[in-house]
Design a binder for this molecule. Sequence first.
Ligand code: ADP
Ligand code: AMP
Length: 219
Amino acid sequence: MYLILLGPPGAGKGTQAERLEEELHLPHVASGDLFRDNLKNQTELGLLARQYMDKGDLVPDDVTIAMVRERLQRPDCDQGAILDGFPRTQAQVQGLDRMLDDLGRKLDGVLYIAVPDEELVRRLSGRWICRQCQTPYHTIFSPPATEGVCDACGGELYQRDDDKPETVRARLKVYHQQTAPLIDYYRQVGLLVEVDGAGDIDTVSAALLEAAKRMTNGK
Ligand code: ADP
Ligand code: AMP
């Protein structure tokens, strides 16, 4: 079962992936989290990715595809994965098709979380992330039980550098230019289900879970 969560930055992909992960027993594979792990560990990949992330640009396709390929080959992805933030370009769509082909698997569906830009800016400006497990929180919409501390693992919460307003604007522009065209592409190939992401977290979760279960036919 391979699912993609598609949507703009701040749509709630990470928030919803964590819930789907528990319900569907599939690992959450987020390209942004993989880049941030590399950055934290000061790897060569992390240092390269940082130049793009700081500006709100996309990391080059070849590097991103190789990183996700390596992740999907690990044993915990044997039964599938919930992809979040990947693919983001048409080249990555093809890269994903090739990797799944090589693994003898196929993509089951794409869940598109639709949220208007004004709401995204509100969400990203109040977002706090766990330094350890990357769980997202929001000062108003999804606060942790104790300020600054992750409910899930006790880690320290921080605000991402690329959530500052000028970088958010750049990321939204990149999303509309390079990633939004994938919505039509996946719709045309019959894999897309659109879910209204503007509601509260529980409402969106319920809609996504229902769509995911229908998509995977109760597998
Ligand atoms: P993405 O992974 O798509 O960039 P996140 O899951 O990190 O988005 O969510 C962005 C911010 O919005 C986080 O602070 C999160 O707590 C909050 N959020 C997520 N879903 C909702 C929602 N349905 N309503 C209000 N806030 C939300
Ligand atoms: P995210 O955590 O999904 O918001 O991603 C944070 C940043 O990581 C993006 O702004 C990009 O710079 C980079 N990134 C994440 N996923 C990809 C991807 N699939 N392709 C290119 N760059 C990516």
